[in-house]
Design a protein around this ligand. Structure first.
Ligand SMILES: C[S@@+](CC[C@H](N)C(=O)[O-])C[C@H]1O[C@@H](n2cnc3c(N)ncnc32)[C@H](O)[C@@H]1O
Length: 458
């Protein structure tokens, strides 16, 4: 077999023009068609790079000098942007981010979904693309006897201590600073991955941005937290708005954050928040969208695409705590939600009651198991909504949708690549993708959400 020969050598210094941006925020330059991915470079820029790694079909470079800057390049706002892995696009203006995200969605729909003619609308962005996150979840470490907490440095497990995160709601910054200070003062040791000793692994803070209610979750290796009573006393005194303090125990040697056991240390087991007029109870383990302002935009778009008259039976697959289900239930005859996390389904049932909605029912289980079972029992939906995790829908669910033939499918996605893959399967199975609306739920990062409207072809 012929040995692979790249048109450049490792450690070469070369001048390039950047043509594109990858989905993970790297600039792309091509040398004789061979792509080189370069962090921090932007489309339209010219500069000098050092070639640092060569793979068979692509390589990596380091940006050494920019000769011509993109009109969209800006100074990153955050002082730890370079070290922290949380944001990838702070060096691109917000207008530039929206243009790049629209292109990203359009490109994968064409490349993976083979959908050349689908209408992709401009991304719906935020007026203020900062301080939007309602949830902060950080690993805890130690330095000079005190506790530190923040993000892992890119491609490492070294913790960058963080006092403020500019995409985080200010309330969560305050909570995290206080928790580090108070727990450190009372002798709580951070968990050490190497020795598998110490107590505190992660801290999660979540706030209801409409209600101002706060939940803190301590994720610990051990059942006991030293001086826990004093810690709680001080936290509840120092943090206004605190409604719930919860402990989750994860005693395994693992990268997975949460363990199986969750117990309430103080206050309620949930906090409450509103999206639009609907009130939601949110427990520690339940998924809840991190950007509430844009969630309303996203759910209203899903509701618009479902185009309900009040007579429809609707299935909401991957329903979480029933957020989309209850939005749809306002306009549908009946909504059936399915979700794999039992705590989330308990929240969903509580949420239906909380809002006096009697036309929503919820089931625990895998969407790909429960929905085929419903179909086998003769149950059908007029409209089916899916909002899967990043890996997209399971093939068994897509097969059932194709057999069940709901007139409309609304696909909410946080990963354009799996969205495109699944739309292709649904298109091959008799659906037409009419339009796709990207929504920027995650400004400053490379992530983008999108909602697609599909109709059954006649
Ligand atoms: C992107 S979230 C969407 C949740 C909800 N629609 C919302 O907007 O808040 C995906 C949800 O799917 C759930 N999930 C993951 N795999 C699943 C599966 N195989 N079957 C059902 N639910 C699943 C997750 O627990 C999570 O709540």
């Amino acid at each position: 077999m012929a040995k692979f020969q790249a048109p450049v050598q490792k450690n070469d210094y070369i001048d390039v023009t950047f043509e594109d941006l990858t989905h993970d925020g790297n600039g792309v330059a091509k040398v004789e068609g061979y792509p080189l991915f370069v962090p921090n470079a932007l489309p339209g820029e010219r500069g000098k790079i050092k070639v640092v790694k060569l793979n068979k079909g692509y390589g990596f470079g380091r940006l050494m000098e920019i000769y011509e800057e993109s009109e969209y390049r800006v100074q990153p706002e955050c002082p730890i942007y370079k070290e922290c892995g949380g944001c990838q696009l702070q060096h691109l203006s917000y207008k530039g981010q929206l243009i790049a995200k629209e292109k990203q969605v359009r490109d994968v729909l064409e490349r993976i979904g083979k959908l050349d003619n689908v209408v992709v609308h401009p991304v719906l962005g935020m007026d203020n693309p900062w301080r939007y996150r309602n949830k902060s979840q950080v690993p805890i470490g130690e330095r000079e006897g005190g506790l530190i907490g923040g993000f892992y440095q890119q491609r490492s497990h070294d913790i960058i201590d963080m006092d403020a995160c500019l995409i985080q709601h200010e309330q969560n910054d305050i909570v995290l600073r206080k928790v580090k200070e108070i727990c450190g003062k009372y002798g709580v040791r951070a968990y050490n991955e190497q020795t598998h000793k110490g107590t505190l692994r992660h801290v999660m803070a979540r706030n209801g941005q409409v209600t101002g209610e706060i939940m803190i979750v301590f994720i610990t290796r051990t059942q006991e937290i030293p001086n826990v009573k004093k810690i709680i006393q001080e936290i509840t005194k120092e943090i206004p708005g605190i409604k719930s303090i919860v402990q989750n125990i994860n005693s395994k040697r693992t990268n997975v954050i949460f363990g199986e056991e969750t117990k309430v240390l103080w206050g309620e087991d949930v906090i409450y928040d509103f999206i639009g007029d609907i009130k939601f109870a949110i427990s520690a383990r339940s998924f809840y969208q991190v950007n509430p302002e844009q969630t309303k935009v996203l759910y209203n778009k899903a509701l618009e695409y479902a185009d309900l008259s009040g007579e429809e039976s609707v299935i909401d697959a991957y329903c979480g705590i029933g957020t989309i289900s209850l939005f749809l239930a306002q306009k549908a005859k009946k909504v059936f939600g399915v979700e794999i996390v039992p705590e989330a389904i308990a929240d969903a049932k509580r949420n239906a009651e909380l809002n006096d909605m009697e036309n929503a029912e919820f089931a625990v289980g895998e969407a790909e198991t429960v929905i085929p079972k419903w179909y086998a029992q003769g149950n059908k939906a007029d409209v089916l909504v899916v909002d899967p995790p990043r890996k997209g829908c399971d093939q068994a669910l897509l097969d059932t949708i194709i057999k069940m033939k709901p007139k409309k499918v609304v696909y909410v996605s946080c990963n354009p690549a799996t969205l495109a893959r699944d739309l292709k399967i649904l298109e091959d199975g008799g659906y037409k993708t009419i339009e796709v609306q990207p929504v920027d739920m995650f400004p400053q990062t490379n992530h983008v959400e999108a909602v697609a409207r599909l109709e059954l072809k006649l």
